[in-house]
Each structure stands twice: as structure tokens, then as C-alpha cells.
Design a protein around this ligand. Structure first.
Ligand code: PMP
Length: 309
């Protein structure tokens, strides 16, 4: 597995990895002016499929819109780039694709006419993590999640992740796999790369978007799955820190993380400290769909068409 494949899509074409460079004085380098998204791909019977590609690319463009990037490409350009690159790299296993739009040249103060945009797509094989089976240990971060009026969590911008990185590093120092952010209200937001679901009895609770979380696409899909599961009521509401400790089970979900049982928080076992039954049921449905190729329900998997030669 390599995160540094032979080729990358760079400003409208495939180039050798080493040729995709930007200047140190670009807005990307100086002020971290980029938005990105992450999309899983699955290989099934000789074809590659992208999971929720349109929803991810829509979010990419929404991130750019909020940051007032004068984007000069269309979603269709990104779809084409993804399909072309995945075929060129001949990815024949589970993969990950990261489209990024950035400001190459431009001033700190926004003026579209002074701004030169750039974009790239990076793709690489990435198998499902073993922590989807073993579960992860978390701690509540001492860092607070920024709110919509500060650094909007809805926006997936490269620079914003520096704040999450601080929290991750603190978590690693504390010996856990990831951390859980509280927001400015003091209620639970999410981890550094996943949305959270918390089971209390027969209710599965997830913090609402107003809890300062990313508008996660996996969260949306998991909510769809939970809604059709018997014996479970899905509730979107604020969750307090101590509720985490007494929950029967908790899981985190995201494109890269997939569905991960959270088995411990702040040294306290969640439930009996093993992956819970609802977590397992959601994993079975979710992974079943991801691995089903052309048989997936509508809107989940898009076949990546081979480029015309
Ligand atoms: N929160 C954060 C901060 C993330 O970076 C991610 C990963 N994109 C998620 C949640 C999960 O979002 P999604 O399900 O759309 O990947």
C-alpha cells in the first residue's frame, strides 16, 4: 500500500506524482487555502465503485462556496478525474480518493479577478481498518470544537484540521486512538474524523448538525439504515459528556473510519467494553452495501466508468 502512487490528477490531467507542485508563496502554502473531501472506493468483480460520490463532491463545492473560492470547475470534472485516475492507477482493492480545490495565487482579501484556483485528486488503496473489529479507545478532548461563527465545521478545509490535529496529538499522548470534541455549549460534537452514535436503551442518539459537527455523509447513511431497523428509535439531540459513560454502546462513523465501535472513553468501559449489538448490526448492513457493487441501493455506489481511449 502506498499513499504516494505513481500518478495524480493535477489541474485537469494526470501527471507523474513528482510533477504536482505548488509554489511556497501560494495561498495554499501561506494561509492553507484549500477545501477537500474524502471518498471511499470499492473493487467488485473487476469494477471500481465510489461510495456516495455525488454527495461528497457536493460537499466539496459547498465548502468552496462558503469560503468564497471562485471555483472554475464543475462537479462533472471531479467525477471524470476520479474515474480516470482510479483506472490509471489500476486500483483493484478498497481505496480512498481525495479531491482538493485550493487557491494557487490570490490575495488574502478576496477578489475573484485576482485569484487563480488549482485542484487535484489523489487516490490510493486503503483497506478497511482492523479497528472496525476491535473498536477504539477515546478520551474527551481538552480542546473545544469551533462553532459555525468561528471556523464553520460544515466546511472541510485543510487549515481547519490543524485544530483537530492538536486534539489528536493530545489524545495520542494520553494513549487513546482518538478524541471526542465537546462544543462551546459543552455538549458532545464528534471525533476528529467521525460522527458519533450513542445507544441509550432502545434509542440511538446522535448529536444534531447544530452541535458543531461536520455534515457527515456516513452519518446520513447510517441514519437511513437505523431508521429501517426494527426495535430502534433514532433521535437527533444534544448529548452530554456523562451520557457517554453510561451508554450501552457507542460507535463512530466516517468515510475513512468506516464504522468503529467505541469501547472505552476516559478509561471508562462503554457497556461491557466490547462492540455492541446495534453497532454490529449497522456494520453488517453498511459493509454489506459497500461490498455489493452493482447491487447496492440507489445512490450509494457509482460505477467508475473506464475513460474513453
Ligand atoms: N467529522 C470530521 C471532522 C471529519 O473529518 C470526517 C471525515 N470526513 C467526518 C466527521 C465524517 O464525515 P464523512 O462521513 O462525510 O466522511
Amino acid at each position: 500500500m502506498t499513499f504516494y502512487p505513481e500518478y495524480i490528477w493535477f489541474n485537469g490531467r494526470i501527471v507523474p506524482w513528482a510533477e504536482a507542485t505548488v509554489h511556497v508563496y501560494s495561498e495554499l502554502a501561506v494561509r492553507g487555502a484549500s477545501v477537500f473531501d474524502g471518498i471511499r472506493t470499492f473493487h467488485h468483480e473487476g469494477e471500481n465503485y465510489a461510495l456516495c460520490m455525488e454527495e461528497h463532491v457536493t460537499r466539496l463545492f459547498e465548502s468552496a462556496k462558503i469560503l468564497r473560492f471562485p471555483v472554475d470547475i464543475r462537479p462533472e470534472d471531479v467525477y471524470e478525474a476520479i474515474a480516470t485516475l482510479v483506472h490509471r492507477l489500476d486500483i483493484t482493492e478498497t481505496g480512498f480518493v481525495r479531491p482538493t480545490i485550493y487557491i494557487d495565487e490570490g490575495r488574502y482579501g478576496y477578489r475573484a479577478s485576482d485569484t487563480k484556483m488549482g485542484w487535484y485528486v489523489h487516490a490510493f488503496p486503503l483497506p478497511r481498518s482492523s479497528s472496525t473489529t476491535t473498536g477504539i479507545r477515546c478520551a474527551v478532548s481538552t480542546w473545544t470544537r469551533a462553532t459555525d461563527n468561528v471556523i464553520p465545521p460544515r466546511v472541510k478545509a485543510g487549515a481547519f484540521y490543524q485544530g483537530y490535529r492538536l486534539a489528536r496529538l493530545e489524545g495520542f499522548d494520553r494513549g487513546v486512538d482518538d478524541v471526542i470534541f465537546l462544543n462551546h455549549r459543552g455538549t458532545v460534537a464528534e471525533t476528529t474524523n467521525s460522527a458519533l452514535f450513542v445507544r441509550r436503551g432502545d434509542q440511538v442518539v446522535t448529536p444534531p448538525l447544530s452541535a458543531d459537527i461536520l455534515e457527515s455523509i456516513t452519518r446520513r447513511k447510517v441514519m437511513e439504515l437505523l431508521t429501517s431497523m426494527n426495535g430502534i428509535t433514532l433521535v437527533e439531540r444534544y448529548v452530554t459528556r456523562t451520557e457517554l459513560y453510561v451508554a450501552e454502546e457507542i460507535f463512530a462513523c466516517g468515510t475513512l473510519a468506516d464504522i468503529q465501535p467505541v469501547i472505552e472513553i476516559d478509561g471508562i468501559a462503554i457497556g461491557d467494553g466490547t462492540p455492541g449489538t446495534v453497532t454490529r448490526a449497522v456494520q453488517e448492513e453498511y459493509f454489506g452495501i459497500c461490498d455489493s457493487g452493482a447491487n447496492a441501493p440507489k445512490g450509494w455506489l457509482t460505477k467508475l466508468a473506464r475513460p474513453r481511449t
